[in-house]
Design a protein around this ligand. Structure first.
Ligand SMILES: Cc1cc2nc3c(=O)[nH]c(=O)nc-3n(C[C@H](O)[C@H](O)[C@H](O)COP(=O)(O)OP(=O)(O)OC[C@H]3O[C@@H](n4cnc5c(N)ncnc54)[C@H](O)[C@@H]3O)c2cc1C
Length: 376
């Protein structure tokens, strides 16, 4: 086939959710939808290097795309997990503030209410001692709707549903350029691992959706009709995770108050579906996309964690993995929103670019996909 109605670049959780939304919409022939991924498997980048947390929608600026998509996406994601048997748990999350006092938590609670998150509860020291004896905190906000999910099963199911409807999936293939032509958009792709030149494949597409995560800006710069002023700067921001061997003393996910400008959510304690405890991520702006974890950070992590988990043993912290956030705000700048840049923003018919899809992108995936579908 050399003509598609829709081409989606990137099979991370966002491209996969968009593929699911478009193939189930009834507006396009699923077999005329193409999902292209440069790796040999789905979800190998940001989408497999995160906390797997279904966020409630507490932190984000009221009225922002992040706030809307997190709250709506959370509801859609729990419904999807129930419908398609994706494993999840709702342990709930406690946000604690030992250093900054109760005022920080009050601000978060007010922000959450403005975002439509109305189920938060206040826990005092007695309640915390009873429910979480290993935790040191004077006050906490409980978010009962915060959960964790099997994000790989979620992505696999999104792909399977779209392929069952007839969508074409091209792994090991990289989109190298997209430009306007009389036939719509002219797309050039290249198969990985084959000799240069012989592997190039040209086709046309009515719509092109860039869901390339950390490479979204690079992909956009390969669209010569798009003026550079419509491509926001990328500020990659790395976070390392450490796993904790031994018993997990916590029933809930434990989060300190977030870092300034929402750079990160603080070195928090999460757990996987088997209950294995892990800590992280921290946040550090980086120049290169290197996923190595610096083992020497264990001491610093232990100090940060000790403020709310006094019994932590540093020797049980093991370097686990790292993720890199595709931020649109640099050091010292206030938090940026998700950005969906379509023809209204940049004037190029048929092109949609998703920029800055950092946390809570996993939670927001189905709502972001709905937004893209409604804007084409
Ligand atoms: C440390 C960290 C913790 C996080 N924790 C959470 C959390 O707990 N909860 C939550 O809701 N969100 C969380 N997030 C955010 C969430 O992980 C991301 O928003 C989401 O995974 C982004 O998915 P994506 O599809 O945009 O990007 P990716 O998963 O990176 O997918 C982009 C894909 O595009 C492909 N690609 C790139 N260029 C091309 C090309 N030219 N042609 C073809 N394919 C291409 C790449 O190979 C990649 O597979 C976290 C993020 C980080 C970094």
């Amino acid at each position: 086939m050399d003509r598609f109605e829709v081409t989606i670049a990137g099979a991370g959780v966002i491209g996969l959710a968009i593929a699911h939304a478009f193939t189930s919409s009834g507006r396009f022939k699923p077999e005329h939808i193409l999902l292209v991924e440069q790796e040999n498997r789905i979800g190998q980048h940001i989408s497999s290097r995160h906390s797997e947390v279904i966020h409630a929608g507490i932190y984000y600026r009221p009225g922002s795309l992040k706030a809307h998509c997190c709250v709506r996406g959370k509801a859609l994601l729990y419904e999807f997990c129930d419908t398609y048997d994706i494993t999840y748990k709702k342990p709930g999350k406690l946000i604690i503030s030992n250093d900054l006092g109760v005022e920080e938590l009050e601000k978060l609670a007010a922000n959450a209410t403005a975002n439509g998150v109305t189920d938060l509860q206040w826990w005092d020291e007695q309640k915390l001692l009873r429910e979480e004896p290993a935790l040191r905190a004077r006050h906490a906000l409980l978010s009962p709707s915060t959960g964790i999910l099997d994000s790989h099963a979620y992505m696999e199911r999104l792909l399977q549903l779209s392929q069952d409807r007839g969508m074409v999936f091209a792994p090991n293939t990289r989109i190298t350029s997209v430009h306007a032509s009389a036939q719509g958009l002219e797309v050039v792709s290249e198969a990985n691992g084959l000799a240069q030149g012989s592997s190039k494949f040209h086709f046309s597409s009515d719509l092109f959706i860039n869901a390339c995560g950390l490479q979204a800006q690079d992909m956009a710069s390969r669209c010569p009709d798009l003026e550079p002023c419509h491509i926001p700067a990328l500020y990659p921001c790395k976070g390392d995770y450490f796993s904790y061997s031994g018993h997990n003393p916590f029933k809930h996910l434990i989060y300190p108050t977030p870092e300034p400008n929402l750079r990160g959510l603080g070195i928090h304690s999460t757990q996987d579906l088997a209950g294995q405890l892990r800590f992280g991520p921290d946040s550090r702006y980086v120049e290169t996309l290197d996923y190595g974890v610096d083992a020497s950070k264990a001491a610093g992590y232990a100090t940060a964690i000790r403020s709310y988990f006094p019994a932590i043993e540093e020797s049980r912290l093991q370097p686990a993995y790292a993720g890199i956030r595709p931020k649109l705000s640099g050091p010292g700048q206030s938090a940026a929103d998700f950005e969906i840049a379509g023809p209204t923003q940049h004037g190029q018919p048929g092109m949609y670019h998703l920029f800055g899809i950092e946390s809570p992108g996993l939670t927001s995936s189905l709502a972001l996909a709905e937004k893209v579908l409604n804007s084409v």
